[in-house]
Design a protein around this ligand. Sequence first.
Ligand code: FAD
Length: 117
Amino acid sequence: KIGNETLKAELGRAAWKLFHTTMAKFPDKPTQDEQTALFSYIHLFARLYPCGECASHFRLILNKFPPQVSTRSNAAAWACHVHNEVNKSLNRQLFDCSKIGDFYDCGCADEDDEGKK
Ligand code: FAD
């Protein structure tokens, strides 16, 4: 049982890292297609997340707080908020979402300017 909890927590940390980094790299001014893509990604993430109990709990949170995909900063703030909703339900400390700005950096900021590297 303890092993299961450890694995579930590891999966959670990896998933949140990917989730928040995806928001941090989302365009400032996304096209309609990019907004649709992120909206679908979030819903599919909530549908397919491997911990089924976590996924169904997260889907309830999504129903209450629909994904905000209009800009990078809205998406990042929304993701921080829903992660805090999970933190609350697990009696964890809340994250200060005003600090989300530079926290998630994938080291891949310049990959669109291939020629400049
Ligand atoms: P995590 O919550 O994994 O956070 C990792 C790091 O992210 C933190 O150390 C901090 O630096 C940063 N962080 C914390 N809060 C925020 C925030 N609001 N915004 C941005 N960054 C932040 N576990 C369960 O036992 N039951 C569940 O129902 C459950 N549901 C989950 C649903 C989803 C969608 C996901 C991705 C995970 C879920 N988990 C669940 C796992 C749980 O959220 C944690 O990932 C796990 O318990 C490990 O917790 P942690 O304290 O290491 O930090």
